[in-house]
Design a protein around this ligand. Sequence first.
Ligand SMILES: *[C@@H]1O[C@H](CO)[C@@H](O)[C@H](O)[C@H]1NC(C)=O
Ligand SMILES: *[C@@H]1O[C@H](CO)[C@@H](O)[C@H](O)[C@H]1NC(C)=O
Ligand SMILES: *[C@@H]1O[C@H](CO)[C@@H](O)[C@H](O)[C@H]1NC(C)=O
Ligand SMILES: *[C@@H]1O[C@H](CO)[C@@H](O)[C@H](O)[C@H]1NC(C)=O
Ligand SMILES: *[C@@H]1O[C@H](CO)[C@@H](O)[C@H](O)[C@H]1NC(C)=O
Ligand SMILES: *[C@@H]1O[C@H](CO)[C@@H](O)[C@H](O)[C@H]1NC(C)=O
Length: 451
Amino acid sequence: MEAFLVLLGVFLARAEAANGRLGAYDVGGGGEGMVLPLRVRVRMQEVEAPANKLWFRHNVSLTVPVAVGTPPQNVTMVLDTGSELSWLLCNESYAPPPLPPVFNSSASLSYGAVPCSSPACEWRGRDLPVPPSCDMPPSNACRVSLSYADASSADGLLAVDTFLLGGAPPVPALFGCITAYSSTTAANSNATEPSEEATGLLGMNRGSLSFVTQTGTRRFAYCIAQGEGPGVLLLGGDDGGLAPPLNYTPLIEISQPLPYFDRVAYSVQLEGIRVGCALLPIPKSVLTPDHTGAGQTMVDSGTQFTFLLADAYAVLKAEFVNQTQQLLVPLGEPGFVFQGAFDACFRSPEAQMAAANQLLPEVGLVLRGVEVAVAGEKLLYMVPGERRGDGDAEAVWCLTFGNSDMAGMSAYVIGHHHQQNVWVEYDLQNGRVGFAPARCDLANQLLGAGA
Ligand SMILES: *[C@@H]1O[C@H](CO)[C@@H](O)[C@H](O)[C@H]1NC(C)=O
Ligand SMILES: *[C@@H]1O[C@H](CO)[C@@H](O)[C@H](O)[C@H]1NC(C)=O
Ligand SMILES: *[C@@H]1O[C@H](CO)[C@@H](O)[C@H](O)[C@H]1NC(C)=O
Ligand SMILES: *[C@@H]1O[C@H](CO)[C@@H](O)[C@H](O)[C@H]1NC(C)=O
Ligand SMILES: *[C@@H]1O[C@H](CO)[C@@H](O)[C@H](O)[C@H]1NC(C)=O
Ligand SMILES: *[C@@H]1O[C@H](CO)[C@@H](O)[C@H](O)[C@H]1NC(C)=O
């Protein structure tokens, strides 16, 4: 009920003209659609990041509450439209301190390890650098291995259990039950508070083992609030016109596999980048996947900021710096790079930046059929712990667009920071992604009031 109120609030606040349409939404109906609170959380650090993802550079994630097993155990999972296999931490001895919450598989009656003779154990997705393998006899479980950017690795079993999201009936789904973790470095002393950490990840891409595919979800949508307040996740079903009017861009499919093209990602076509009124002079070839598949554009809730290939990034950076000459003071430290990929940085006291934010030129990611516009405070991120000037009066701010090449990536990635206050719908049925500006903070307020 509380969850329903949240969605109702979003709806009423934004679309009051749509009288009567709310009745069309079957709230209680099993499988008709359900609503969950979505939170921006400080994530565990590199512990949970596969090598082919960029998350290890970011510590902020979107999480949803999920109940897993019988009887249900409450866990918090990162919502990741860029990953396939969901996973949970399963072994209480697994994690470096401070301990994150763990799923106790032996306490669940519906838990089962997948045998290695199962077809599911032959799966080879992009999430796994090595294919699943058979466990040591006498066990015949299917072992999965994830490797991490810092040369550490996580091992576990392919398993099945029931997942409960919102008020919907439990659905069985395969996931990786991570039981062992080994690291080449000491336990991460900079890990964040346990209460803020996630127990696992909900893989939401289009691959065969993703949660979306396994549960036959044909549509889902979310609205991420600005700041750390809750937004909403709407899974499945017909929303009965509750969403704001959306503009859609088609999902890109390629017929032949290419080495650098992720075919199960939510891939869209970037057609241009705008700064203020100026459409940047970026050749179409730079924005389109090449013969290796490099250069696709992905919508990814599992990455925080947005990344552009070097050629496009350089043009954006130059134009942004040029257009903000009167507003922003460049940091002027050529060696300074935030998170290995963000080098368009500035220095300013917080109050001055708050004023400047209102005057910054908007940056638009022009997709086929829709534009994702980034304005105001979403454009610049204050780098934690960096101060400059007399009495440390100034903070360091970096443009929230990064250089993919510097980060070792070969794709454009639209991260969740730029999806704040945007209603984003993944419409698998029709092969498209929809966007519309929205007031996701109103969902936040209502959830607070209803808790
Ligand atoms: C799990 O969460 C639900 C909803 O917040 C709550 O009612 C329930 O008591 C929780 N269960 C446990 C075991 O903490
Ligand atoms: C996990 O569940 C088993 C079976 O209910 C129980 O014996 C064990 O103590 C639990 N472990 C933890 C860490 O709660
Ligand atoms: C849990 O992790 C510890 C340490 O990595 C390992 O020794 C133990 O075998 C694991 N337990 C299971 C059930 O995998
Ligand atoms: C923790 O953070 C401090 C300061 O940012 C840094 O110097 C240190 O190397 C970090 N330690 C680890 C294990 O990441
Ligand atoms: C900045 O923009 C102005 C006006 O568009 C242009 O004349 C000038 O060449 C630009 N400067 C740089 C360094 O790009
Ligand atoms: C992680 O994110 C939080 C919230 O944005 C920030 O306060 C904190 O300093 C960040 N930690 C690191 C190590 O970047």
